[in-house]
Design a protein around this ligand. Structure first.
Ligand SMILES: CC[C@H](C(=O)O)C(=O)SCCNC(=O)CCNC(=O)[C@H](O)C(C)(C)COP(=O)(O)OP(=O)(O)OC[C@H]1O[C@@H](n2cnc3c(N)ncnc32)[C@H](O)[C@@H]1OP(=O)(O)O
Ligand SMILES: [Co+2]
Length: 158
């Protein structure tokens, strides 16, 4: 049974975020506010993904609420088909390109083998949900300057 130390040696640092689809960031925030989570900074429109994102801080991990902005996008279609709720999980990695190479050599099926822009200046890559056993898995590399390794800091919110 590998330990988190092994995972860290392989480049996985920790669970970066759990992403949840919602038709409205306002309504979707209610349970997480009730649970006492604080938003990290302002909502962000990630144009490349056609999604507005609101992130709530939980130690090193974020709860990322995703509100699709384009009804024709795959994410909007997915929410249409399966309803709001869990969309993907994301692991923070120290070197995204190295992880893409390592996992590809193990036969992993990436949706994009070139890093793409994600939230807050990150670079992201997605693994096909079929490879993830029915779960969409994302790998995220944050800019070196952002956050300490210790995790995220809650913003003043909006
Ligand atoms: C805002 C940035 C933020 C960040 O963290 O920085 C983000 O995370 S952005 C998140 C939104 N962007 C993405 O998800 C990009 C990667 N996703 C895709 O390219 C598509 O969503 C894809 C390819 C996973 C699915 O697209 P689509 O549904 O159009 O393709 P299929 O209909 O062929 O689906 C194939 C198969 O996968 C099932 N599926 C789709 N999405 C998911 C999901 N989120 N979790 C689990 N399974 C999923 C779909 O139902 C199909 O299964 P089947 O059994 O064949 O019906
Ligand atoms: Co994500």
């Amino acid at each position: 049974m590998s330990t988190s130390t092994d995972a860290a040696l392989l480049g996985l640092l920790h669970l970066d975020h759990v992403a949840i689809l919602t038709p409205s960031l306002g309504e979707g925030s209610a349970p997480y506010i009730a649970l006492g989570l604080l938003p990290e900074g302002e909502d962000e429109l990630v144009v490349s993904q056609g999604i507005k994102v609101r992130a709530f801080v939980l130690g090193e991990t974020l709860i990322e609420l995703l509100e699709p902005q384009d009804p024709a996008s795959p994410v909007a279609a997915f929410m249409q088909k399966r309803g709001p709720g869990l969309h993907h999980i994301a692991f923070r990695v120290s070197d995204l390109e190295a992880e893409i190479e390592r996992l590809s050599a193990l036969g992993a099926r990436f949706l994009n083998t070139e890093p793409r822009p994600g939230r807050a200046g990150s670079l992201v890559a997605f693994l096909h949900p079929k490879w993830g056993g029915g779960t969409l898995i994302e790998l995220v590399e944050h800019p070196a300057s952002e956050h300490s390794a210790a995790g995220h800091s809650a913003g003043t919110g909006h």
